[in-house]
Design a protein around this ligand. Sequence first.
Ligand SMILES: [Zn+2]
Length: 151
Amino acid sequence: MRRVKSAGDIVETTCTKCRAIMNHTIVAMVGEQIVRVECNTCHSTHKYHPPKEAKADRAARTASPSRRVAGTTTAPRREKKDPAAEAAAEWAALEPTLDPERAHPYDMNAVYRTRSLVSHPLFGLGVVQQLLPPNKMEVLFKDGRKLLRCG
Ligand SMILES: [Zn+2]
């Protein structure tokens, strides 16, 4: 089961800054143990938190079902991306290309086009990804995809 990783490899682990499971690049290892990782999303470097520890931690806190991944079973699903992580990765790739100066303040009666930049009072900077006629659109924000009204 255990695959040997090495520095420079990508691992999925909890980012202490993003507070979500993100892709991380391994920065330092001791033997087969990952010690430090860099978050591919926020680029902060922090200690690697082994998933095993997180599971034990969760089990210790009563047997409440996982809040992060619905329908988690004991089977490892590390290879499967959840939509939130995917959206976060997409945002991380997009964000450097965005110019916040060009964002339009979000207005539910305004007409948008795909790839329009919007600035939402709650969600911040976002990119229109899909128009869903007659009056909805899907916008990718730092927090993930949201459905918003539009004109
Ligand atoms: Zn992060």
